[in-house]
Ligand binder design. Sequence first.
Ligand code: ZN
Ligand code: ZN
Length: 105
Amino acid sequence: MNPMCSKCERVVYPVEKLNCLDKFWHKSCFTCEVCQMALNMRNYKGFNKRPYCNAHYPSATFTVVADTPENLRLKAQSEKQSTVTLPSFTRPTCSSRPGVSESHC
Ligand SMILES: [Zn+2]
Ligand SMILES: [Zn+2]
């Protein structure tokens, strides 16, 4: 007996069968949940037993992306900006700054 396609719920015949994420799919039904881009065994990302493309993989932003040095740097930068820019707006321009710029005033 042939299994059912997890996407369109029709029978999958061996010739078009894709076995992935513990389910069976027509090769043409194995597409990104978000953009419907055609996927294959090499480029899909499984999440919640559903296939996603690289761009739409839901947890990519939390795990894969956050781990890269570039993104850690960007994250640190944006945190720094959000904490530093706010007080510098309320602070008088020069008076409370030690050293360098004091003589400038
Ligand atoms: Zn199908
Ligand atoms: Zn996608």
